[in-house]
Design a protein around this ligand. Sequence first.
Ligand code: ATP
Length: 218
Amino acid sequence: MIGIYGGTFNPVHFGHLRTALEVKELFDLQLLSLIPCRLPAHRQQPDVDAEMRLAMLKLASADMSGFYVDRRELDREGPSYMVDTLATLREEYPQTGLILFIGLDAFAGLSTWHQWQRLFDYAHLVVMTRPQCARSDLPVFLQQRVCANRDSLRQQRAGLLFFQTVTALDISATTIRTLIAAGRNPKFLLPDAVISYIRRHQLYLSSEQDSECKQNNS
Ligand code: ATP
């Protein structure tokens, strides 16, 4: 089975990486594709260019075997709809089970995703949850797809919904951006190589820090 882990990754952090590793092992994935979006369809456009977000993902996953940083959404015009991404993966892997992994926050907004019901034509959906997390009432369309056993996902290539408990790390890219803009150190929230990249490219600075840097460099 192949896993798909999409996101803005602005920047990638240990919340993403730890859950990615856990699901890769738990689902015995032959590959986990990390797919940064170019133009997120459901949120404000990130201030950091997609190529830079991709470069940070590459640094973060450089020594992780079975992780693959996939640039397909960067090379596609228009909004980065996950349903289009899954359609291209299905074409490439017609016989393989595909699993799309999303966090609880993303799952809460699933019904706003472009053609969200069609996601299940191409892949299973696994929601990465916290232990004892209450599941809100699911629409019938989703209820009918829930499976209780992880191994059931091996029996078909797509179409099921599963909730997987993962280690909850309370880290978000928003917190990291806020810390950096406040001049604080984000160490231990994301890989050192990514922090070095952020410093080198002066990302996420507040407008005052930004103009100070530009003055110092001029
Ligand atoms: P932001 O703070 O900018 O909204 P984010 O940290 O939530 O960013 P995204 O790139 O938007 O990161 O998230 C990509 C995917 O990773 C989503 O499915 C999201 O639910 C999941 N995710 C993000 N942070 C965590 C975390 N700490 N633990 C588990 N999953 C996470």
